[in-house]
Design a protein around this ligand. Structure first.
Ligand SMILES: Nc1ncnc2c1ncn2[C@@H]1O[C@H](COP(=O)(O)OP(=O)(O)OP(=O)(O)O)[C@@H](O)[C@H]1O
Ligand SMILES: [Mg+2]
Length: 413
């Protein structure tokens, strides 16, 4: 990551002090917020420069680099070249955050992959800037170094914008494809202890694994996980439960935390099916996911709820925005919204579009997955691409990184 070139010293090569923070921004609204940050931290206003990422590169050629650098970008297309130039002139150790108006998930992912500490979508507020600055200055202690965190599996949390849109179908099919076609050791966790349907979809006995985990989070260890998860085959295991509706089940953050910690080293992918009503337990699955998928439908109600989840992730939880997957396309007939109209309303693109499969019911009642029973249907092909997207981003992530920036990373480590 670019923050991989974090400086160890307080002074740069020329012996001059390196400022804690420096910003290059071209719009008044951002500058006003940046000034508020400067006042709060007691920094002089002179650390805020008018300009953008290119101005920053020119300035830093002959001036000490700050510990944290904020830069404006104009467009997604110009960023790779500008970051390259910036990387050439920045002292190793500068943590970079970027701000712009590009509201695209793929762009955000790319920035994170090449090592940008944070991306602030304009217009942003002071608290968002503060949070980004705090993250950029987080001290990486040996205990929190990635290699010590046993952070193995990619966690993909899936939520449905509305009931019945197909969130569980997406979870089950993705887990099945990852495990059986893409040779990824996969765990499928159903985080709804009472109304979850993951086990039903696969025609399996749900077991009591999740219930036990929720009741005794302090007893969850590697052995516990092995014991309570239902093994479908060598590559696929599920964790679910089907508890009576009248029971009051306490599902707290501690259970989710321990479950994730214990499962993560054992799998390469964890797919988490979360109910739409959020609790501390399910919220944890969203905030600690590598990716959140929001399955939706092209209807007004689907748009409204998708927008709420998008804002919730981005503005409240301050995590990556969800990847949107539209399902059952064609089913709503004349009530279906046009895709471009939906994307315009949402403000982001819908990355995957799964058509409605007329004879899906057969798969649903036989415990088989659509990806297999309807393997030649366009819907099954999209489910395959969706699964490959995650298999690739986790396994080949490093090789896909911008090689220029990656070499900087190595240089500084
Ligand atoms: N692309 C599709 N084509 C046809 N039927 C589908 C498709 N996707 C899902 N279904 C069917 O829609 C029904 C609801 O799907 P699913 O249980 O996955 O939805 P959900 O969003 O998880 O629902 P819930 O809100 O209850 O959790 C199931 O019978 C499933 O087989
Ligand atoms: Mg479901």
């Amino acid at each position: 990551m670019l923050q991989g070139f974090v400086m160890d010293n307080k002074t740069d090569k020329s012996g001059k002090d390196s400022p804690a923070f420096m910003a290059f921004s071209g719009d008044g609204e951002s500058i006003a917020i940046l000034k508020q940050l400067a006042v709060k931290h007691g920094w002089p206003e002179s650390i805020i420069h008018s300009g953008d990422i290119n101005t920053a590169a020119t300035f830093l050629k002959s001036n000490p680099s700050p510990k944290v650098l904020f830069v404006d970008i104009a467009s997604a297309e110009s960023v790779p070249a500008s970051l390259d130039t910036l990387a050439d002139v920045c002292e190793p150790g500068t943590t970079v955050m970027v701000s712009g108006k590009v509201n695209e998930y793929s762009f955000y992912c790319w920035l994170v992959e090449v090592g940008i500490s944070n991306y602030l979508l304009k217009p942003f507020k002071l608290d968002a800037l503060e949070a980004a600055y705090a993250k950029a200055t987080e001290v990486v202690t040996p205990a929190t170094k990635p290699e010590n965190m046993k952070k193995d599996a990619k966690i993909i949390t899936v939520i449905g914008s509305r009931g019945g849109v197909g969130a569980t179908t997406v979870c089950v099919n993705m887990a099945w494809i990852l495990a059986n076609r893409l040779q990824q050791k996969t765990a499928l966790l159903d985080f709804d202890p009472q109304l979850g349907t993951v086990a039903l979809a696969l025609d399996l006995e749900p077991g009591r694994g999740l219930r036990e985990a929720l009741e005794k989070p302090d007893r969850i260890d590697g052995l516990f996980v092995d014991r309570v998860m239902v093994r479908v085959n060598d590559s696929l295991s599920i964790l679910s439960t089907e508890e009576p509706l009248e029971e009051n089940i306490l599902a707290n953050e501690a259970a989710a935390d321990t479950l994730f910690k214990q499962c993560r080293p054992k799998f390469s992918h964890m797919i988490v099916d979360v109910p739409r009503t959020l609790s501390p337990f399910t919220r944890f699955a969203i905030t600690h996911a590598d990716h959140v998928i929001c399955v939706t439908e092209y209807t007004i109600a689907g748009l409204r709820e998708s927008l709420r989840y998008l804002e919730y992730c981005r503005d409240t939880l301050k995590v990556k925005p969800p990847i949107f997957v539209a399902n059952k396309i064609g089913l709503a007939g004349k009530h279906q919204m046009a895709r471009d109209e939906f994307e315009k309303g949402l403000g982001v693109k819908v990355d995957f579009n799964i058509p409605f499969i007329v004879d899906a019911h057969a798969a649903a009642t036989s415990g088989e997955v659509l990806a297999e029973t309807a393997k030649n249907a366009p819907a099954a092909k999209i489910l395959q691409s969706l699964s490959e997207h995650f298999a690739e981003t986790s396994a080949d992530k490093k090789t896909k990184q911008n090689t220029r920036l990656f070499s900087l990373l190595k240089r500084s480590s």
